[in-house]
Design a protein around this ligand. Structure first.
Ligand SMILES: NC(=O)c1ccc[n+]([C@@H]2O[C@H](COP(=O)([O-])OP(=O)(O)OC[C@H]3O[C@@H](n4cnc5c(N)ncnc54)[C@H](OP(=O)(O)O)[C@@H]3O)[C@@H](O)[C@H]2O)c1
Length: 327
């Protein structure tokens, strides 16, 4: 009989709920523990997903060992401490994006995973959708010729509450770390390499974080990516890759169910099914890596997470945005 794979979850917010829901759809998977800041939240979450081990004390969670991987689903500012708590106590980690607030944190987390020989991956779930992987395969096969241009936009309006994690500098708020990271990763995944040059502009709102930010990337072969994100406007959320012989359109690109490949005046649609919210693709990959004894994913690599953190640091320097806890 297959061994049950045991997950723990840190945080009980929106995305923790979405992942917990999806983990329950998988065979031989159990959510064995939850760590919250409060007993009340931990108990409520545990009851909802039938989780046997409840923690609201970090030392007690650290001492708990009956777990195969921990999903860190706290706000950005807490990722470093939560991930280090897990790695120090011998636990593999899938950490929500942005994995680290800055490159200094990212490097320390990656080094710790190496030192402890534990798995660590930034939870860029977009990369594991079959539609994204199909787009990558079509590009690699030259179906749209030489890639020349990439466009991606991620915009939404959720709140103007300055205390909300999206706008609160204490929680490392701002568009870039929350959704700008998707458009940046999209370009990197489509090109299968890191950019050679970049620039950016941002609108810093009342709380001082980037309510809107846009980025230009240039890749080795000259391809330019024109990317934008905002947490203060409702607008398009699409992406496209343009080549010398055609284009690929990816509607709702950060968790897509379909792509269109347009070439010689013909439009071909590739459609895919998902289970639940779509986190199962990422979760299956993580479990596969851990079962094989890997400490790093070959899809979302440590190098990508670190270089992207460095890139985002350079953008924040351009805008003069430092978070209060960054001395
Ligand atoms: N993959 C995706 O599609 C996706 C979508 C949205 C967000 N995310 C990422 O997931 C992470 C969490 O986002 P979310 O939307 O789930 O946030 P959320 O609803 O605010 O939940 C975050 C949870 O973290 C815990 N927490 C720890 N320190 C906290 C603090 N100082 N303030 C508030 N909560 C704190 C809380 O749980 P306890 O009270 O139990 O401690 C809270 O419920 C972020 O990294 C975000 O970028 C990913």
């Amino acid at each position: 009989m297959a061994k049950t794979f045991k997950w723990a979850i840190i945080g009980t917010g929106r995305i923790a709920n979405e992942m917990a829901h999806d983990l329950q759809l998988l065979k031989n998977v159990e959510i064995t523990a939850v760590l919250s800041r409060t007993q009340e939240n931990a108990e409520k979450f545990a009851k909802k997903y039938s989780i046997p081990n409840i923690f609201f004390n970090r030392d007690e969670f650290a001492a708990f060992t009956d777990v195969d991987v921990v999903y860190v689903a706290s706000p950005h500012n807490a990722h470093y401490a939560d991930t280090m708590l897990c790695l120090e106590s011998g636990k593999n980690v899938l950490c929500e994006k942005a994995m680290a607030v800055n490159a200094r944190e990212a490097a320390a987390m990656i080094n710790k995973a190496g030192e402890k020989q534990l798995f660590l991956m930034e939870a860029m779930w977009m990369a594991f959708f079959p539609a994204i992987q199909k787009a990558q395969a079509l590009i690699q096969k030259g179906k749209i010729g030489e890639v020349r241009q990439i466009d991606a936009n991620f915009f939404f309006y959720k709140t103007d509450d300055p205390k909300h994690r999206l706008l609160n500098p204490e929680l490392a708020g701002g568009a870039m770390l929350d959704i700008g990271i998707y458009v940046l990763y999209f370009a990197i995944l489509m090109m299968n390499e890191l950019p050679v040059s970049s620039s950016s502009v941002a609108y810093l709102g009342k709380t001082g974080v980037d309510e809107s930010s846009s980025y230009l990337l240039r890749f080795k072969n000259g391809t330019v990516a024109t990317l934008a994100s905002s947490v203060m406007v409702e607008a398009e959320r699409n992406a496209a890759v343009y080549g010398t012989a055609g284009k690929i359109q990816v509607p709702l690109f950060w968790n897509p169910d379909k792509i269109y490949c347009i070439r010689d005046g013909k439009k071909k649609t590739y459609k895919y099914k998902r289970q639940g919210n779509g986190f199962t693709f990422e979760a299956e990959h993580v479990m596969d890596c851990i079962k094989k004894g890997k400490i790093e994913s070959n899809v979302i690599t440590h190098e990508h997470s670190l270089k992207l953190a460095e890139l985002m640091d350079s953008f924040r320097r351009e805008w003069g945005l430092k978070y209060p806890f960054e001395a």
